[in-house]
Design a protein around this ligand. Structure first.
Ligand code: ARG
Length: 417
């Protein structure tokens, strides 16, 4: 009798957390087919996808009549730490503590707009590790995070901070991630790993937003890049290289990085090299319109706006070229320059510049999952984590439906409905 009772208790507790989603259809992101299926979720995982799934009386049934379900979206290039309304000199009074509090808000805005996993590629003082910890333990709500800690860079490079003159800079306090030889570069990788980084980010060229850097100039030699990559890979960490200029892009690909961020001045031959080496291209082709439209008001330096006027246009043309060549492309936006949650606006640009709607969705689901090295996210299939987003209609017919998702679930928890 006792045994029997135990069995009943066991089975009712087993099914107590079941949720059944009954949408109009589910998108298979691999084939692009819409399936008339329901989705059963237990303990944060998808346990069944198919028609007429049997439920117990404890199952919470959620009817989503006209909704098409797609996997939770992902962004491979964001900066959640920081007050997005202040740039350049306007932001220098902000402490890392203040920026991290903004990070909490930014994380929620990202998640509620449909992004269930994002990669943070550069944050001060391991504030990204702290945010990830708070999300993982459930203290605050945000997407699943992969974090890099402070990005590695050369003295005076895009990853250094160049806003102050020599007389106001204490060189002896140069942070550990500013390195100018292979051995210090290895040490910086080790320190980032020690304090909780999942991946390594470094700057292989100058940038748009940094003061006094040239987007075409390579930063780090091959030897330095190779040291970073081999040290990181030795610890099972992926490497993301910021690179606009061609020389920096080529050198970083040869050194073995996993993704090139921005990839602005990539050429045909280098796209082929990336394909050969399996390197992902993460191309933030929305942000240019924001920088040129809103940047001056937010404090972005005129020299940055001037660089953006060329970079943005060429990057979009090269995005098209990369799509046509069949390069591996991931969805990366540089959210943080623009307000978090606006990441979704980039889908339309990706379709305008050569992708099919399915390819754009794949870039933000299966491709990002592959780049992240995480194999149970990015699909609505049995055994995958229940990260699910719903649109009001078919996003393959109208990609802008992703700009107003009406259902968001992260690991079985309903965030938006
Ligand atoms: N963080 C990048 C940089 O400062 C942003 C580049 C934005 N522009 C672009 N067209 N993607 O270099």
């Amino acid at each position: 009798m006792l045994r029997f009772l135990g069995l009943i208790l066991l089975s009712s507790s087993l099914f107590a957390n079941d949720i059944l989603l009954q949408p109009k259809s589910v998108l298979d992101v691999v084939s692009g087919k819409l399936m008339s299926s329901d989705v059963l979720i237990r303990d944060g995982k998808i346990v069944k996808v198919g028609p007429n799934i049997k439920t117990s009386q404890d199952t919470q049934v959620i009817q989503l009549k006209d909704v098409v379900l797609i996997p939770g979206l992902m962004d491979s290039h964001v900066h959640l730490i920081g007050d997005t309304s202040k740039k350049g000199y306007a932001s220098i009074g902000n402490s890392t503590y203040f920026s991290t509090i903004h990070g909490v808000k930014n994380a929620y805005e990202t998640l509620s707009s449909g992004f269930t996993t994002v990669r943070m590629v550069g944050a001060p003082e391991f504030a990204d590790v702290a945010l990830k910890q708070a999300i993982d333990e459930g203290t605050v709500k945000g997407p699943r995070l992969l974090v890099s800690g402070p990005p590695l860079g050369i003295s005076g490079g895009h990853c250094d901070s160049n806003l102050f003159p020599y007389s106001k800079t204490a060189l002896e306090n140069t942070p550990h991630q500013i390195v100018d030889n292979p051995w210090d570069a290895r040490k910086a990788v080790r320190i980032n790993r020690k304090f909780g980084a999942d991946l390594i980010k470094f700057c292989a060229t100058g940038g748009v937003m940094s003061k006094n850097t040239d987007v075409n100039a390579k930063q780090f030699t091959y030897e330095e890049m190779e040291a970073i990559v081999s040290e990181a890979h030795n610890h099972g960490m992926k490497v993301a290289a910021h690179a606009h200029g061609l020389e920096g892009i080529k050198t970083a690909i040869r050194a073995g990085v996993d993704s090139i961020e921005h990839s602005s001045f990539i050429d045909y031959e280098t796209i082929q090299l990336a394909i050969e080496k399996g390197t992902y291209l993460s191309m933030d082709i929305y942000v240019s319109d924001y920088i040129l439209g809103e940047g001056a008001k937010k404090g972005i330096l005129e020299e940055s706006l001037e660089k953006e006027r060329t970079v943005g246009k060429i990057q979009r043309m090269n995005f098209k070229q990369a799509v046509e060549a069949g390069a591996k492309i991931t969805f990366g936006t540089d959210a943080g320059i623009f307000p978090h949650g606006e990441n979704k606006k980039q889908f339309k640009y990706m379709v305008e510049w050569g992708m099919t709607p399915l390819q754009a969705i794949q870039a933000a689901t299966i491709n990002t999952a592959e780049l992240f090295g995480v194999n149970d996210i990015g699909r609505i299939e049995e055994g995958y984590v229940a990260d699910i987003v719903g649109t009001n209609g078919n996003p393959l017919d109208d990609i802008t439906l992703l700009e107003s998702v009406i259902f968001v679930m992260k690991e079985g928890e309903i965030i938006l409905q």
